[in-house]
Design a protein around this ligand. Structure first.
Ligand code: MN
Length: 339
């Protein structure tokens, strides 16, 4: 079978590998049909993901068809269309014992620390397979994974209807978060980004207010829009130097700030901003068994994941797809490789 391998940073190749065979542990053989390219895949390609190891087959937004089941699984059967959970916990450490397997001490992540889905076939344990909604095509179903990340973020944030929410960064991550945030009917949602066309999209998607921090002072404008209080929940979906500080400045008393970035560069903040307002700062990483919740929401019509994929490339053109994303063309939303 063919696979896309990052041999070392900035060296992408299409390689021939032996097709995996299901066994008693990885008991399901899936023929990959579509796999989304995520920001983290781009970071792995460029060598800027601190958690990644090489050589690596990236890809964690993995949709495909079950071809073969080694031992009776009950949960999936040949022909099922599935998406694969990328989070592989040990099940024994403190985090796992406390219901937090997505931050397992010995965590493995498909596409980052073990091989992911940019290949024609993959074997996985059946418990990591989720049947995708009939209403979604294979390509559209890729968006289930970003929605799980957004659900995790809102879950960590303990979002409720009394919140005023600030989302900083309206790229793929922020856009997925906006969708899930709106489902909880908060008092208001403020979307912030330095790109005006993304802000226009955010308004169209249901944000109440938009701020472009290039032209407006983010904390001051947030105060103006919230009767001087500030947002009670601020989510960093921009994850750039200075974004955490600006969210600490913007967030109102007793509020929460959610970080989602993976940069290891220090980012200066002051204790005063945290202590004086008694802010909770919480990280949100990957997702904690959120696939079925997202699929249920799609199946009941509560969540619409259509219309988010902007470009598809056959996997043979992976280099072209990665270069295209690097071009930062304004038309880019989600890019998906097809197999
Ligand atoms: Mn992703």
């Amino acid at each position: 079978m063919k696979a896309i391998q990052i041999i070392r940073p900035n060296d992408l190749r299409i390689v021939d590998l032996e097709q995996p065979v299901p066994d008693s542990e990885n008991n399901v053989l899936v023929r990959v049909t579509a796999c989304g390219i995520c920001g983290s895949d781009i970071h792995i390609y460029h060598g800027t993901n601190a958690a990644a190891t090489y050589p690596r087959i990236p890809g964690h937004e993995i949709v495909g068809v079950v071809m073969q089941v080694h031992s009776d699984s009950g949960s999936v059967k040949p022909g099922d269309r599935v998406i694969i959970d990328q989070v592989i916990p040990c099940g024994r450490c403190y985090a796992c014992r406390h219901g937090r397997p997505n931050v397992c001490h010995s965590l493995k992540v498909r596409g980052a620390t073990v091989d992911g889905g940019f290949r024609q076939y993959i074997t996985v344990p059946d418990r990591y397979c989720y049947r995708i909604p009939d209403s979604l095509s294979h390509i559209e179903a890729v968006m289930i994974e970003p929605a799980t990340i957004a659900m995790q973020c809102c879950s960590r944030a303990a979002l409720d209807s009394d919140d005023t929410v600030l989302i900083l960064g309206m790229g793929n991550l922020g856009t997925s978060i906006l969708k899930i945030v709106l489902q909880e009917s908060p008092r208001a949602v403020i979307a912030a980004d330095i790109n005006d066309s993304r802000l226009a999209d955010a308004l169209a998607a249901g944000a109440d207010h938009i701020i472009n921090p290039l032209h407006e002072n983010l904390p001051l404008r947030c105060r103006e829009l919230t009767g001087d209080y500030g947002p009670t929940l601020s989510i960093d979906a921009a994850c750039v130097p200075g974004s955490l500080l600006s969210l600490l400045e913007s967030t109102g008393n007793a509020g929460r700030v959610i970080t989602m970035g993976f940069s290891s560069a220090p980012d200066g903040v002051s204790q005063y901003l945290i202590t004086s307002k008694e802010l909770d700062i919480r990280g949100s990483r990957l997702q904690n068994r959120k696939f079925q919740s997202v699929i249920d929401r799609v199946n009941t019509g509560r969540l619409d994941l259509k219309g988010s994929v902007s470009h598809t490339f056959p996997f043979e053109e992976a280099q072209k797809a990665f270069d295209f994303i690097d071009s930062h063309d304004p038309s880019i939303r989600k890019v998906v490789l097809t197999f």
